[in-house]
Design a protein around this ligand. Structure first.
Ligand SMILES: N[C@@H](CCC(=O)N[C@@H](CS)C(=O)NCC(=O)O)C(=O)O
Length: 216
């Protein structure tokens, strides 16, 4: 196993929240490296951070291996790395169909919801004269309707049957965002039930925005 990991994170960043959940589930210690997404127009856009991740996004994971320093970015890639770094408990279902379903739900959130309500997108909506709160609310509300139908066929106790998977790791931070944008979660009984159950889990509690050192 490599030396201690470092995570560039911000308490309210849902993509960082995903990685924090995976780290907590796998009980991997790490150093918390704050990147304030709001202060002075956002530390993620400053030259120092662009050397870490040229995309100007968090999370980024610093790994020291064989006296070399590597920086990984994109939460999917980071979580995939963590799965190899510490395979147990696995968050990828063994059964191929369950695994495909878990990745599909993950991708629906990762590609189909979060990027459309990312900070820089909301800033552009505002510049074009739109309401960023209304945009995010309508978008999540609409996409959660589809997600609810998918979960009706895949879920058990959690998103895919009865074992916590990568789909749950991505769901909970997106529900956090949904609440921030005042989406009425009572419309989505399955998403609501699963996320409430997961929020009681110690690893999910440890990863929650309010539990982070930079929480305001
Ligand atoms: N697809 C990337 C996206 C990362 C991302 O969108 N990060 C957001 C925070 S959740 C960010 O850094 N936003 C900064 C900005 O929009 O300026 C991932 O999954 O890691």
């Amino acid at each position: 196993m490599a030396q201690k990991l470092g995570l560039y994170s911000y308490w309210r960043s849902s993509c960082s929240y995903r990685v924090r959940i995976a780290l907590a589930l796998k009980e991997i210690p790490y150093e918390y490296l704050t990147v304030n997404l709001i202060k002075d127009g956002g530390e993620q856009k400053k030259p120092d951070f662009l050397k870490v991740n040229p995309l100007g996004f968090i999370p980024a994971l610093v790994v020291n291996k064989d006296n070399q320093k590597y920086t990984l970015f994109e939460s999917m890639a980071i979580i995939d790395y963590l799965e190899s770094y510490k395979p147990e408990p696995s968050i990828y279902p063994k059964d191929p169909i369950d695994r495909a379903n878990a990745i599909a739900i993950t991708e629906a959130i990762n590609s189909g919801i979060q990027p459309l309500q990312n900070l820089f997108v909301l800033a552009e909506i505002e510049k074009l004269g739109g309401s960023k709160a209304e945009w995010a609310h309508r978008l999540i509300d609409n996409k959660f309707k589809s997600l609810e139908s998918i979960l009706a066929t895949t879920s058990g106790k959690y998103c895919v049957k009865d074992t916590i998977s990568i789909a749950d790791v991505f769901l909970v931070p997106q529900v956090y965002n949904a609440r921030r944008f005042n989406v009425d979660m009572n419309q989505f009984p399955i998403i609501n039930r699963i996320s409430q159950l997961l929020e009681e889990h110690e690893a999910f509690k440890a990863a929650h925005p309010s539990a982070q050192p930079d929480a305001q």
